[in-house]
Design a protein around this ligand. Sequence first.
Ligand code: ADP
Ligand code: MG
Length: 506
Amino acid sequence: MTELTYTEPKPKIYAGATGDWELVIGLEVHAQVASKAKLFSGASTTFGAEPNSNVALVDAGMPGMLPVINQFCVEQAIRTGLGLKAQINLTSAFDRKNYFYPDLPQGYQISQLYHPIVGEGEILVDMTPGIGRTVRVERIHLEQDAGKSIHDMDPTMSFVDLNRTGVALMEIVSKPDIRGPEEAAEYVRKLRQILRYLGTCDGNMQNGNMRADVNVSVCRPGQYEKYQATQDFSHLGTRCELKNMNSMRFIQQAIDFEAKRQIAILEDGGSIDQETRLYDPTKGETRSMRSKEEAHDYRYFPDPDLLPLVVSQDLVDEIAARQPELPDEKRTRFVTAFGMTEYDASVLTSEVESANYFEAVAEGRDGKMAANWVINELFGRLNKEGIALSESPVSAAQLGGIIDLICNGDISGKIAKDLFEIIWTEGGEPADIVEARGMKQVTDTGAIEAAVDDVINGNPAQVEKAKANPKLAGWFVGQVMKSTGGKANPQAVQAIVRTKLGLEED
Ligand code: ADP
Ligand code: MG
């Protein structure tokens, strides 16, 4: 079984006093393009810089300044579209979304309302390893980010930081195909993973590098199926938009709260106001921010400063030819090529760096054994100590060296763990350490026999007991392992003990 299996959506059911309710969710994810320069200016995008130090005249909305499109950002949007198996629109266009706010000095945001650069695509959301479902992506458009207003540094003043103004964002809009809080969090996780594999967004949610507006509505069983059959939104309930969510956990909590809030209102005979709400993680509730604005409120119109964005099919083909292997393909290949479980394959492919590390260890070695050492020993230890893989004190070459020593019969699995510990704390070449510290497994039968004889001669009473009860032979094996410092080959010790005690081989 290497193909992923995709299931029908399983809605989360909320039982109400008047019957069951289901959820419908659609996400608008804002992903910052991993670009050193902004979308329409050469100003830097470095996070955490001195306020207002990364601002070009065009970002500050100075009169007469003209935006110039950053080709690199355009390529990243195309790369992302291809990664989501989406239609790339060779001609797209920029529009002005007009509104006033101090952190938006132009007085409008340049976005793509009518003709986005990327059309319909899809994301396979993994519900359990190897089982998932398809969520359709409606579109991806390029747009500018706004700046940051700071109101809490001084009670009498507000501050504006324009460093973020004009930074390139990809807005990735899903269809309302998501059916529960967990599925929504999984969607964001999978999207983030794909973006990181593609290298088009760092996906650093704490820095606001990736944030989601989560649209939630509730409906009665059967309504969603009617919507799917007709694509007619009127079969769905009125939605609320939960703005600017930047944690998977909060996304789940906020959706769950919001579902219950809407159900309570509807069961009470009320109706849902279409509005934008904010989630407060400390109170665990959402509260109204503003009533939902419509496209016409923004007086959208084509930006007269920018020509339509035309890209050639050649450029798209060239980007397509350079696409990296994506998580689903990599996971399937790991299962087939290394005979590992879907679960292990998804752990190893969760980040491209872990997949690369694993492949370096597995190269020319037993894949299952490599997976086991990477996941259990290395990842286990890194997690425990809160260290990133990039900072790992044990390199892939060193871990591979440990595995080679086990496979050659030089060390036992138990000694290998001691060796791992030494390399973790002190570093060094595995084979050299084993040599220098005399950690080599004793396979020399003469030496093992001598050690077995010592234990047998020293414990006549135990010998009598063991002859009557062969299960007690294990005690002798333990004593020999102890007296040899764990270096004797356990299979050899076992065989010699049984022979010397006159027990049958089993
Ligand atoms: P708007 O133009 O108001 O932004 P869109 O049609 O672009 O609305 O949809 C915005 C997001 O809301 C999309 O991700 C979409 O999937 C989602 N959405 C639309 N209708 C619903 C609904 N009834 N329930 C939940 N989500 C919805
Ligand atoms: Mg929209």
